[in-house]
Design a protein around this ligand. Structure first.
Ligand code: AMP
Length: 566
């Protein structure tokens, strides 16, 4: 088969796993020789008539999902898309998103896990960096992604195909996932998929995920066939899932957590995935109707599960995994009654490493730690944040990890890789952690982070990226962005700004500036504080610690004032 993007085009831009580790992971079975699409097919052969997917408007069995995605893959091939062609994904949690995901994988295409909220600043850069050949967008959202896709494609050297979900029939110049492959025979589609799979090397890139990043623009994370599906399988096994499990997911499914803890995890064990968009009233109603047994709850839904809207879900719910921020005691109690309802925590990252509370962990460990790594070969070290030494057992340090599904390097980022990994290949997460021991087993507790980002309801906002964007405004001489606590989202961005003149720009002017630069809205600062100069540390860096304390003091004063007025 003729290909115009090949692994060799990415040579030197991908960091391979060291051969000795690859051999070991193959020997332990943590790596697979099968391509990701073949794993879904395998699941369909085992669980054909069982329900693979439930959304508000669609229910699909494993057989239907497998056959539809074979046809979509064949149609994508017929459109001229070739193995290893990257496809930008800007879609929400829908059945058609799942069809597009598996259809691309089966065609050997590489989904690029961008978000519907991303705009030109993000998509323009990333699509060029990976050499995207197609752009999948969802129609009918508040922002016209179809028009956006046409704009992105202009003057783009590789991008030539626009794919859509939810677009009305007959939409000009696009290919609707809903229509793809309808006229192709099942046997023909299967033969196409198998021809692609015969060419797939287990170490080929399966998916590009995005990192919240520690500096500058988001980094691209290559996940490979050998490990990606198994990441989901290991997660499902850690939680004891089987074909009777019905797992709900209501945060973006295209995120790594969505793929690894929901889509691939559910399908790797024959379970049912109940997929919803985040709006909690509709999501909880669908979960109750679908008799959900398991759910991952991110910080953005911590408040919602305390409301009565969640009561009907509790009738069938067994296991709740909480993730993203420290878990308050009342929240834990809401989903863990020491009897029918079990709660635990998860810590994970698009770069790989996942930890989850073991089923038999004592309650205190499930309530206060993120558990233990999910793969037997996962390795964790807690290092001195400014050195290479391990801290004393129990002390707080930087969480570093290595293992069968944690990347050995970012795509096309040699300089960043030089500092993001230790010399022996441990990924420096930028998170602070400590090991707490119970029953002879070490559990990881997350104690903060050293990387400079804001975690806005699970979406990571890179402070430096936003500061550089703000400083492109002629009215801004200096900018420092810090997290401010927020009850609903966990954190939001607050910008400390120094003006180039006496004029202080309004919030509206800042928003117009970010909009004009094509920056995703979730990165826009949500509070502005104008200062004569930014505070400095004694080594001449911006003193963010004092800015975080300052914004906290402002919030405290405001809530006292509100309390006094009410
Ligand atoms: P992402 O790659 O977007 O999934 O983000 C990974 C990052 O999210 C981690 O490096 C942490 O900073 C943060 N994170 C993930 N899980 C948790 C958790 N349970 N508690 C605190 N932070 C978390």
């Amino acid at each position: 088969m003729e290909t115009h993007a090949t692994a060799s085009d990415w040579n030197g831009r991908l960091v391979p796993y060291p051969a000795e580790r690859a051999k070991r992971y193959r020997a332990t079975g943590e790596w697979s020789d099968l391509p990701t699409g073949a794993r879904l097919h395998e699941a369909a052969l085992l669980h054909g008539d069982r329900t693979a997917l439930i959304t508000d408007d669609t229910t699909l069995t494993y057989r239907e999902l497998d056959e539809r995605t074979d046809r979509i893959a064949a149609a994508l091939g017929a459109l001229g898309l070739r193995r290893l062609d990257p496809v930008i994904f800007q879609v929400t949690n829908r059945a058609t998103t799942v069809l597009a995901w598996y259809g691309c994988l089966k065609a050997g295409l590489v989904p690029v896990a961008t978000l519907a909220q991303h705009r030109m600043h993000e998509i323009g850069d990333i699509s060029r960096k990976v050499g995207a050949a197609a752009h999948l967008v969802e129609a009918g959202l508040g922002f016209d992604l179809l028009e956006f896709a046409r704009e992105v494609a202009q003057g783009h050297p590789t991008l030539r195909t626009i794919l859509t979900v939810e677009a009305p029939a007959g939409t000009r110049g696009v290919h609707r996932i809903e229509d793809l492959g309808a006229g192709i025979r099942a046997t023909e589609a299967r033969a196409f998929v198998e021809s692609v799979e015969a060419l797939t090397d287990p170490q080929d890139v399966a998916v590009f995920q995005l990192s919240g990043g520690t500096t500058g623009v988001p980094k691209v994370i290559p996940r490979i066939h050998a490990e990606y599906w198994n990441n989901g399988l290991l997660y499902a096994r850690a939680l004891g899932w089987d074909r009777d499990t019905r797992v709900a997911h209501l945060i973006p499914v295209i995120h790594n957590a969505g793929i690894s803890c929901a889509l691939h995890a559910a399908h790797s064990v024959g379970a049912t995935l109940v997929l919803s968009n985040p709006e909690h009233v509709a999501a909880f109603a669908l979960m109750a109707r679908s008799a959900v047994t398991d759910v991952l709850i991110g910080h953005g839904h911590y408040q919602a599960i305390k409301t009565a809207d969640f009561d009907p879900v509790l009738r069938t719910l067994r296991r709740t995994v909480l993730s993203g921020a420290k878990v308050p005691a009342d929240l834990f109690r809401r989903v863990d009654d020491g009897d029918r309802h079990w709660a635990g925590q998860m810590f994970g990252m698009s770069e790989g490493m996942f930890m989850v509370s073991p089923a038999d962990s004592p309650e205190i460990m499930r309530a206060t730690t993120v558990g233990t790594p999910i793969a037997p070969s996962d390795e964790v070290r807690i290092l001195d944040p400014v050195g290479a030494d391990d801290v004393l057992t129990g002390a707080v340090g930087e969480l570093c990890c290595r293992g069968p599904y944690t990347i050995p390097g970012y795509f096309d980022a040699p300089e960043h890789n030089a500092t993001a990994f230790t010399s022996d290949g441990f990924y420096r997460t930028g998170d602070l952690a400590a090991i707490r021991t119970a029953g002879g087993r070490g559990h990881i507790s997350i104690e903060g982070r050293i990387k400079d980002l804001i975690n806005r309801g699970g979406e990571k906002v890179n402070a430096e990226e936003v500061e550089l964007l703000l400083m492109r405004h002629p009215g801004i001489a200096a900018a420092a962005v810090v997290a401010m606590p927020d009850e609903r989202l966990g954190e939001r961005a607050c910008a400390y700004l120094v003006s180039t003149s006496d004029v202080e720009l309004t919030m509206l002017q800042i928003q117009q500036h970010m909009d004009a630069l094509g920056v995703a809205k979730f990165k826009w600062p949500e509070r502005l504080v104008w200062v004569p100069a930014l505070p400095q540390t004694n080594v001449g860096k911006v003193n963010k610690k004092s800015l975080r304390a300052d914004v906290q003091a402002r919030l405290d004063a405001e809530s006292m004032l509100e309390g006094a007025e009410s």
